[in-house]
Design a protein around this ligand. Structure first.
Ligand code: SF4
Length: 213
C-alpha cells in the first residue's frame, strides 16, 4: 500500500540506471542485468488478476528499459493500474506513455536543483527532469514529487529553494521529503544522516510539504 497510495500493488524492479545517486540503496539493481523476461513477469501477473490492483514500475530506471512502452501496454491490458517511479530522465518515454494513457500515477524524483544535481546523481540530466515535471504538471495524471534527504548532500536551505522552484513551476500537488535511512549498502557508502526534519522545519512558500519516515 505504501508503494501505490491506497492500492495493493507489486513492484517490478528494473535493472540499470542512468544516475548513480550517492544515497541509492539499490546498487545491486542499478548494476545488474535483470533476472526475468517480460513474458515471465506477465505470466506472474496474469495469475494475480483479481488479487492485486496495481503494478509499480521501479528500479533502477524503468523508462530506460527496451520496449518499456509495449510492456506497460500489456500490463494495462491485463487490467492493472500502473504507477511509474522515475528519476525523470527520459521525457520522450514518459510523454509516449502519458499520450497512450498507460500510467495512472507517477512518483517523480526531484534530486536537487541544477547546482547540486551532478554531485548527487553523477549525471547531467537536470534539464530532462524539468521537461518531465512540466509535462506532468500539464497532464491530468495524478503524480507526486519527492526528494530523498541526507544531510551530507542537501541542507534545509536547498530544500527551501526546491520548494520555491516547484511553486514557480505552478506545481500544486504534495511534495514529499523522505529521510534517508542507513541500514543497507549505498552507491556512495553514506553514513547516517543526522538532521531530522519536521513539517515546520522548512519554509515551503505555500507548497504542501510532507515529511515521510
Ligand atoms: S536512487 Fe538514483 S541511482 Fe538509485 S535507482 Fe534511483 S535514480 Fe537510479
Amino acid at each position: 500500500m505504501l508503494d501505490y497510495p491506497g492500492k495493493t500493488a507489486c513492484i517490478v524492479w528494473f535493472a540499470g540506471c542512468n544516475m548513480a545517486c550517492s544515497y541509492c540503496y539499490n546498487p545491486d539493481i542499478v548494476t545488474s542485468k535483470g533476472q526475468m523476461t517480460y513474458d515471465e513477469v506477465l505470466t506472474f501477473l496474469e495469475k494475480r488478476k483479481g488479487l492485486l490492483d496495481a503494478v509499480v514500475l521501479s528500479g533502477g530506471e524503468s523508462t530506460r528499459a527496451k520496449e518499456i512502452v509495449e510492456f506497460t501496454k500489456r500490463i494495462k491490458n491485463l487490467g492493472f493500474l500502473v504507477k511509474l517511479d522515475t528519476n525523470g530522465s527520459m521525457p520522450h518515454i514518459v510523454d509516449e506513455m502519458l499520450g497512450m494513457k498507460l500510467i495512472d500515477y507517477v512518483a517523480l524524483d526531484f534530486k536537487s536543483l541544477l547546482g547540486n544535481f551532478y554531485r548527487i546523481t553523477k549525471s547531467k540530466l537536470f534539464s530532462r527532469f524539468e521537461i518531465v515535471l512540466k509535462r506532468l504538471i500539464e497532464s491530468d495524471v495524478a503524480f507526486e514529487v519527492r526528494t530523498t534527504f541526507h544531510d551530507s548532500v542537501l541542507c534545509v536551505s536547498d530544500l527551501e529553494e526546491m520548494c520555491k522552484y516547484l511553486v514557480g513551476k505552478k506545481y500544486q500537488g504534495n511534495y514529499y521529503i523522505q529521510h534517508y535511512f542507513n541500514g543497507s549498502k549505498t552507491i556512495g557508502s553514506l553514513n547516517d544522516s543526522h538532521v531530522r526534519l519536521e513539517d515546520k522545519s522548512i519554509e515551503s512558500f505555500g507548497l504542501k510539504v510532507e515529511i515521510r519516515n
